[in-house]
Design a protein around this ligand. Structure first.
Ligand code: NAI
Length: 332
């Protein structure tokens, strides 16, 4: 059994080789991301293991099938980058890791909120230059603020639990309400009400064709002036240009992004010697009230250990039964 890992980083190799003691597969790690052009690198492999920015569209899946690949294993939860309909048509089962450590992403969400809220990103730089002035660092309490959570699945609930400890008022929008959220004292409202009432809005829903650019100009205009928006889900949920306009006008008071619409061209790479070609990303980086991290919400030891174990186990299930509890179907 050979598994080819696309978009592989040194930490993928470390954690997967450790988990593989139990499975004994042949693992091959390649840096290139998966697309139509790189599909041929999977020649002879039984399975490919891919990450968030690998593009498994119809043409790419057809090419994988041609190379003899039998299974596709996502080492992540989100699957907006896979054409599941095409995968089904080609008879390529797709598995994912639905929940490895929702707390890892929830804690990162809080780190982003608290950094922007108390300007610790600016304070860090200031103090290193022996500037101990406080002007410009005035924050606000999260205590008693109204937090709007869009999507109360695993990560949304983990975030709500932390925020309830801060004494926040919790609102949520989710087409499938979760009793755990209500038990925490939270209240489900329509998305427009959430926009209207929240001091901080945090996104924890998957990206689908229906909610692409959910946060557009109209949504931003209906939010409280000076609202904080946090996105640790998927970049395509926010219309970046609309967010930039709202930041320029002050309507959007703070923006924290762990994900970005065009991140596949930039994230997970060291581009510090190169010219930044994305004008929107460049513009975002000029705002003092914007904080960007490069899709690191999942990046904890606990999460990587779990991701490696579950991914290899998913493949084991596919080999032995042709199905896995973590198989994706078109309806997912
Ligand atoms: P989940 O599947 O447990 O929960 C998603 C929730 O969103 C569900 O309750 C669903 O009903 C709800 N939902 C779907 N469409 C919605 C909409 N239009 N508006 C409001 N709610 C909607 O997923 P989980 O594990 O909580 O992950 C959420 C997202 O976080 C993933 O889809 C992924 O994109 C992102 N993620 C980001 C990571 C990072 O490193 N930054 C790591 C892991 C996941």
């Amino acid at each position: 059994m050979q598994v080819v890992f696309y978009s592989a980083q040194s930490y993928d190799k470390t954690f997967f080789e450790q988990a593989n003691y139990q499975f004994g597969y042949r693992l091959k790690f390649i840096e290139a991301s998966l697309n139509l052009e790189t599909a041929s690198l999977a020649q002879g492999a039984d399975a490919v293991c891919v990450f968030v920015n690998d593009k498994l569209d119809e043409a790419c899946l057809a090419a994988l099938k041609n190379e003899g690949v039998k299974w596709v294993a996502l080492r992540c939860a989100g699957f907006n980058n896979v054409d599941l309909l095409a995968a089904k048509a080609f008879g390529l089962p797709v598995v994912r890791v639905p929940a490895y450590s929702p707390e890892a992403v929830a804690e990162h969400t809080l780190a982003l909120m608290l950094t922007l809220n108390r300007h610790t990103h600016r304070a860090y730089n200031r103090v290193r230059e022996s500037n101990f002035q406080l002007q410009g660092l005035l924050g606000f309490n999260l205590h008693q603020k109204c937090i709007g959570i869009i999507g109360t699945g695993q990560i949304g609930i983990a975030t709500a639990k932390i925020l309830s400890g801060f004494g926040c008022q919790l609102l949520a929008y989710d087409p499938y309400p979760n009793e755990e959220f209500v038990a925490l004292g939270g209240e489900y409202v329509e998305v427009d009400t959430l926009y209207h009432l929240s001091d901080v809005i945090t996104l924890h829903c998957p990206l689908t064709p229906e909610n692409h650019h959910l946060i557009n100009g109209a949504a931003l205009a209906s939010m409280k002036s000076g609202v904080m928006l946090v996105n640790t889900s998927r970049g395509g949920l926010i219309d970046t240009r609309a967010a930039i306009m709202a930041l320029k006008s002050g309507q959007l008071g703070y923006l924290a992004l762990d994900v970005y619409e065009q991140e596949s061209e930039f994230f997970f790479r060291d581009l510090s010697d190169e010219i930044m070609t994305d004008d929107d990303l460049s513009r975002l980086m000029t705002f003092p009230n914007v904080l960007i991290t490069g899709h690191q919400g999942f990046f904890t030891q606990e999460a990587l250990t779990e991701i490696a174990m579950v991914t290899l186990n998913n493949l084991q299930e596919l080999i032995s039964t042709g199905h896995s509890a973590n198989s994706l179907t078109c309806q997912n």
